[in-house]
Design a protein around this ligand. Structure first.
Ligand code: SAM
Ligand code: DTB
Ligand code: SF4
Length: 359
């Protein structure tokens, strides 16, 4: 059934993620698709969503979004690079890889006090989650003590914690979960078919193995990817299919627009049409209706209008603060002004995700 024919009658529904009552549609297809989260999407179905007329796709994504979330709320996370540069991996998009001359110098792991000072600042700036990133292939056991102190310290401030440290063993994931880490970010980055064009120092299966360790540990999974790396629409559909066919969808799905950094092999790649980026957000929203879809890297180069369309397409999370890990992000005042103009309120602290059985 087409959503274009949906009735105007709206019924309040309980949002499974935020617990708030939202206005949803009474349309039968929407109820089925959005309440019974699906994990069996096919490549053809996903490609058909991408191929919809833009207005139909956005209408449909917004309908799904409203059924699950307050459409006027966006979650804010703050990023900090706790260990910058000198990474042994060769990800062609990344300014922190030691394989490329990008002007990003290798630094040591920050000390816990310095991280805490940044976390306090992030909290004062309205972030509800603090995400700490390290340019590692995987953490060394000798670093785990400091990492755990950071998790516990930031949690004590009343913020949610997220880390992205590279590949984890099952034992490392269990240790982080035990320390109270709320989210682990580990992106699949692109489709399995395109992966080898972008990274040669690890495999797609390595990524999936770590994601499985994180899932088994009980932590929330934050997993998404990058678009604008020269991939095809089928590759974008394939990336979303991997995410949307996981036995349980990632609770958080960052969609990054490639930030082209001088010195990385992907500099000079044809810019992806911003409307195609917005389509990717919309399709992610339809496929994973209970997940927070994060409009991640690339916002600095986007107009306010493009970002507004991303929110209309179902993005409901951003990184706030002038810096991502090593590259720029919009000024806080600029984001506040945009939220005001759009009537968007930030989530204070995101409610824990409570997935239903079978998701
Ligand atoms: N080293 C860890 C890893 O790769 O999992 C954690 C840090 S890594 C920088 C985290 C993510 O940042 C990558 O998976 C990628 O999706 C994203 N990223 C890195 N460089 C980027 C760029 N230039 N543009 C957009 N996203 C980027
Ligand atoms: C994610 O998906 N995007 C963030 C976060 N997870 C760690 C990182 C974006 C990095 C952009 C390039 C940089 O600033 O170095
Ligand atoms: Fe290293 Fe992560 Fe950058 Fe790849 S994306 S080079 S693993 S920091």
């Amino acid at each position: 059934m087409s959503y274009a024919s949906q009735s105007d009658v709206q019924t309040p529904a309980e949002n499974p993620v935020t617990g708030t009552t939202v206005i949803g549609s009474s349309d039968a297809a929407l109820q089925t698709e959005s309440n019974g989260v699906r994990n069996d999407w096919s490549q053809a179905e996903i490609r058909a969503l991408f191929d919809l007329p833009f207005n139909d796709l956005l209408f449909r994504a917004q309908a799904v979004h409203r059924h699950h979330f307050d459409a006027n709320r966006v979650q804010k996370s703050r990023l900090l690079s706790i260990k910058t540069g000198g990474c042994p991996e060769d990800c062609k998009y990344c300014p922190q890889s030691a394989h490329f001359e990008t002007g990003v110098d290798a630094e040591k792991l920050m000390n816990v006090d310095a991280v805490m000072a940044q976390a306090r600042e992030a909290k004062d700036g309205g972030a509800s989650r603090f995400c700490m990133g390290a340019a590692w292939r995987s953490p060394k056991d000798r670093d785990m003590g400091a990492i755990i102190d950071m998790v516990q310290g930031v949690k004590a401030l009343g913020m949610e914690t997220c880390m992205t440290l590279g590949m984890l063993s099952g034992a490392q994931a269990a240790r982080l979960a035990e320390a109270g880490l709320d989210y682990y970010n580990h992106n699949i980055d692109t489709s399995e078919e395109f992966y080898g064009e972008i990274i040669t120092t690890r495999t797609y299966q390595d990524r999936l193995d770590t994601l499985e360790h994180v899932r088994q540990s009980g932590m929330n999974v934050c997993c998404g990817g990058i678009v604008g790396m020269g991939e095809s629409r089928d590759h974008r559909a394939g990336m979303l299919m991997t995410l949307a066919t996981m036995p349980k969808h990632p609770e958080s799905v960052p969609i990054n627009m490639l930030v082209q950094v001088e010195g990385t092999p992907l500099t000079g790649t044809d810019q992806l049409d911003i409307l195609e980026f917005i389509r990717t957000i919309a399709v992610a929203r339809i496929l994973m209706p209970n997940s927070f879809v994060r409009l991640s890297a690339g916002r600095e180069a986007m107009t306010d209008e493009a970002q507004a369309l991303c929110f209309l397409a179902g993005a409901n999370s951003i990184f706030c603060g002038e810096k991502l890990l090593t590259t720029g992000n919009p000024e806080v005042d600029q984001d506040d002004a945009l939220f005001d103009r759009l009537g968007i309120e930030p989530y204070e602290v995101e409610e824990p995700y409570e997935a239903e059985a079978g998701e």
